[in-house]
Design a protein around this ligand. Sequence first.
Ligand code: TGC
Ligand code: FAD
Length: 386
Amino acid sequence: MSLNPLDLFDIRSQLGEDEQLVQDSVARLVDEKVLPVIGRCFEEHRFPREIVPELAALGLLGVYLRGYGCAGLNAVSYGLICQELERGDSGIRSFVSVQTSLCMYPIHAYGSEEQKQKYLPAMARGELIGCFGLTEPHGGSDPANMKTHAKRRGGDWVLNGAKMWITNGNIADLAIVWAMTEEGIRGFIVEKSMAGFSATEIEHKFSLRASVTSSLFFDNVVVPEANVLPGVVGLKGPLSCLTQARYGISWGVIGAAQACLAQLLDYTKSRVLFGRPLDNNQAIQLRLADHARRITTAQLLSLQLGRIKDSGRLNPTQVSLAKWNNCRMALDVARDCRDMLGGAGISAEYVPIRHMLNLESVITYEGTETIHQLTVGRELTGVGSF
Ligand code: TGC
Ligand code: FAD
């Protein structure tokens, strides 16, 4: 029996029927709605906002949260969703990551009952879009050193500062903003309409062009106490959100790598050089085999990570290792697939260059590769060397 080249270790057989169903329905959405438009969106530097209702209709926004209009699916299902979406484009997976793990998750985990009722069902329906402001212009790797701050004034808070590189910033109805207070870092739900809050889109990006990235500015924004997340104080608030999103990314990037390998398997079969198909060359087969090996090991890593997460035993260092390994894998695969296409590899007609350029962001955001390596180093040695 021949093997599936994109699933050499038959991960599919390890999935429950419901997990397979989730994967298949998202795969269909990507095939029908994302792939036909995404190349053009990337060229036009446009997020295909028209897909948001489709994502919401499938229940993908807040998919693993319970109640408040969310489906309460398990972590492996969320991972498979990210994988299929990123097979389309990292920008689509980014949108779902940010909405689900960086905005809905903190409201669900740390919000008041009123906040949950007010925001979560509308966010699950895609009627309200969120963004997550942690990174600041002076340096994102060290968020403990944030300058954005909030001071109490009567029953309200006054927020000042700036955030940079914020996915969804200009299309968001609300921002989860992390700011320093006298009590430590707190989370604020800042609504688009609040006076003094503005967003500017970052243009001229060569990566994640089908995604909106913005700077956020807070100039004496008055935020009512009712918009402060009551359930968490300190850096563990935003970092716990990042753990959820990084987990999804570890799966997502597998989809990007699979898309590249799938295209290369076709291309090297049909391209004839020196009198034989390109894939008849040892040098090409070694490269294709190496990509399949790396995708397979990433799949096994993420599946086990998902099972650990579903059993409630997840350690953030495990997520760091998977995010690091799988982003590195996907970026290397995409770059090498770009090369095996020759000149055609620089054309938007083929997917590797788009995935490769996107993955330059994905390996940087949610903690750079170095930060994740140092996180694993800290776990091994007990010494933080950031
Ligand atoms: P450290 O002392 O390690 O931790 C402070 C507190 O946080 C807890 N903690 C975590 N909790 C949950 N999950 C994690 N991953 C956690 N890591 C740490 C920790 O236990 C501690 O709790 P407590 O109770 O003792 O206070 O903090 P540190 O200042 O030494 O920093 C460590 C470091 C460098 C790993 C951290 O700052 C870091 O991860 N830096 C990278 C920042 C980053 O990833 N930014 C991402 C911004 S968002 C983004 O990129 C979105 S892209 C979205 C998209 O489009 O998909
Ligand atoms: P810096 O922190 O300045 O790092 C610069 C370099 O120094 C990196 O190579 C880093 O690895 C290295 N470095 C840092 N510290 C050390 C050390 N101790 N030892 C050795 N090397 C080190 N942020 C949000 O808050 N919300 C978002 O929605 C969001 N979306 C993003 C979307 C895109 C497209 C991009 C590109 C970024 C996004 N980010 C977002 C920001 C992202 O999380 C940061 O870019 C990332 O955390 C790195 O921060 P920085 O860019 O300030 O780099």
